[in-house]
Design a protein around this ligand. Structure first.
Ligand SMILES: [Zn+2]
Length: 405
């Protein structure tokens, strides 16, 4: 039997070596291009809209449970028949700390070094980023009623959902494609993270089509409990890492937890309206130069491989995305992929860089009661669709995709 570390090294070297050849020579009859063509703006918007029926989906509430049940039913209806519920225990909700010290000025002075999360450096104009914890901040009475049940104050059992496209040649190896389905702020959590959840569900639908075959497995995961603590993804990584690549039962050809080859998270993919203006307001229009931000974390154990993976995603965007480009950054932070970055190459896709841009208040709906479906235009939704095209194209190539004629 091949040593486990050798197999990991082999998988990583395969990732590194396979990239240039695949990126340069797309076959004329390109299955990846065909699959990207199956993504549709109206379908993508419809899933986000459906998710907003469950309000902000705060973990531990009935509206969150109803959303989990709905996602299960949807994934099964797509033909992802092996949809499973992963059980874990949530963390107690974080206590909000009283703010101490002075509030920094919104404008950063020339030469001033102000740090953001993930190792980032903030620039220019900033706005505060707070979480709305006041139900009354929601002006829509229907939405206020929908979000009225408070989050539990103690830890408890929770569920999150995944389904798996089983690889035809290497069912024992997989890529993990994730987004978090919970939200906060007493809005509809449309961008954070209905936009990422809908993206992952669309990919699950497309890869589950009976005419699609992949060499390697792909797991589509809708994390719960990202907000506040990453409890869902952290529990998954802790419980499942030791089970990787084990055939169970032996001789069955079944691998409940295929070996992880890479992990990609999608967390807020709609809004890129640029830096706040000098008066603290934000442009109501998507900026024409909007892009998808692919980030890895330079301090991660698998930083070098994650960097290669990030640039592979950028190449996939250049080849297959229809409207918006992608940029790579090295300060991935505050999302479920953080729980995987020391175990496997991990990247995240976002509308903006988490540290320097989202962390500087570029999205005024972030964790607010205004994060509702109606806050976004087709230009915003199209940025999310381009993120979907990017991941579908990257994972489609890495997993080895063919279309049955
Ligand atoms: Zn988020």
């Amino acid at each position: 039997m091949i040593d486990r570390r050798m197999r990991t090294l082999f998988a990583i070297s395969l990732l590194c070596l396979a990239i240039p050849a695949q990126a340069q020579n797309a076959p004329v009859d390109d299955p990846v291009k065909a699959l990207v063509g199956r993504l549709d703006l109206e379908k993508y918007k419809a899933i986000i809209k459906d998710l907003t029926r469950f309000g902000d989906r705060q973990q531990g509430t009935d509206r969150n449970k109803a959303a989990v049940d709905w996602i299960v039913a949807q994934l099964r209806s797509y033909g992802c028949t092996n949809t499973e519920r992963f059980k874990y225990v949530s963390d107690p909700p974080p206590q909000s700390q009283p703010r101490t010290g002075t509030v920094p000025a919104p404008a950063i002075a020339s030469g001033e070094i102000r740090r953001g999360v993930g190792g980032s450096r903030l620039r220019g104009m900033t706005r505060p980023t707070t979480v709305n914890t006041n139900l009354d901040a929601q002006s829509d009475p229907k939405l206020r009623a929908l979000n009225a049940q408070p989050q539990p104050t103690t830890a408890g059992p929770r569920e999150q959902v995944y389904c798996t496209k089983v690889g035809s040649r290497h069912p024992d190896e997989m890529y993990i494609v994730g987004a978090h389905m919970d939200g906060q702020g007493f809005g509809e959590a449309a961008d954070d993270d209905g936009s990422g959840t809908a993206l992952v569900m669309e990919l699950a639908r497309i890869f589950s089509s009976p005419d699609v075959q992949t060499d390697r497995s792909i797991r589509f995961v809708l994390w719960n409990n990202e907000e506040g603590s990453h409890a869902g993804s952290r529990a998954y990584a802790a419980q499942r890492a030791p089970l990787q690549g084990k055939e169970d039962p032996p001789g069955s050809g079944r691998y409940p937890e295929p070996r992880w080859l890479g992990m990609v998270q999608h967390d807020m993919v709609l809004w890129d309206h640029g830096m706040p203006r000098a008066d603290g307001t934000v442009s109501p229009e998507q900026r024409p130069e909007a892009d998808v931000n692919i980030e890895f974390q330079s301090t991660a154990k698998f930083a070098d491989q994650a960097m290669k993976l990030a640039f592979f995603f950028r190449d996939a965007n250049e080849k297959y995305a229809t409207d918006y480009p992608a940029a790579v950054g090295h300060h991935m932070s505050n999302t479920d992929s953080s729980e995987f970055m020391n175990l496997v190459p991990a990247v995240s896709l976002r509308e903006n860089e988490r540290g320097m841009e989202i962390g500087a208040g570029w999205n005024p709906h972030y964790h607010q009661a205004t994060d509702t479906y109606s806050a976004y235009s087709d230009k915003d939704f199209r940025l999310g669709l381009n993120a979907a095209q990017t991941t579908l194209a990257a994972i489609g190539q890495l997993a080895g995709t063919t279309l049955k004629k």
